[in-house]
Design a protein around this ligand. Sequence first.
Ligand SMILES: Cc1cc2nc3c(=O)[nH]c(=O)nc-3n(C[C@H](O)[C@H](O)[C@H](O)COP(=O)(O)O)c2cc1C
Length: 209
Amino acid sequence: MEANPPEATTRHEGEEAEILPLLRERWSPYCFSDREIEADKLKSVLEAGRWAPSSYNEQPWAYLMARRSEGEPFEKILSCLVEANQAWAKNVAVLMLSFARKNFSKNGKPNPHHVHDLGGAAAHMTFQASAHGLFVHQMAGIDREKIRQTFDIPDTHEPVTAIAIGYLETAPGPDMAELVERDQSPDRRRSLSGTFFGSVWGEASPLFQ
Ligand SMILES: Cc1cc2nc3c(=O)[nH]c(=O)nc-3n(C[C@H](O)[C@H](O)[C@H](O)COP(=O)(O)O)c2cc1C
């Protein structure tokens, strides 16, 4: 399996400290190639998700997944995204829908961290994808009721996101011009000091003074 492709770059603007290249080079693209993902790489991405930490090791995550090459199963998942997301996600190699189990399987009590843990699994998959030269774009823009009906999802589970995984489109056609523009805008974040407080809420940690 290949490591990062040599042309990998970052869109980050205003970095404040050094981070791993696979984190630095990760971003959520709109211009996906329809190139298939090699089965070993895709399995490796899923395996990374499987090994995410979770409260009481509940592993509240579950997914529906289809490769574009499968045809109808892919179209079914695609049809559950909001239109704005369908417009770009239709090109991607793999689409997933993510679900979180609301209650602990052992005792049926509510699991307050079910969505938190699902997010952790998404992060694991994202960074493993990055290590293989793949990109991930998560989506909140989904039709939850349609997902429940289309796939007969049990009440135990909550639909949370859609996840697109694929290679970047290296030669986007003219019909992709708007998406290219979105992909070229800088990626920015709130500052470290505005995010990590010390012992007083709203005041930067002394680390930054
Ligand atoms: C839970 C979640 C939901 C998101 N929903 C959407 C979405 O519905 N449509 C979209 O285009 N991007 C969506 N995004 C992508 C974010 O807009 C993106 O991660 C953010 O702007 C930071 O950019 P970056 O990932 O390129 O660093 C979502 C990201 C996450 C983590």
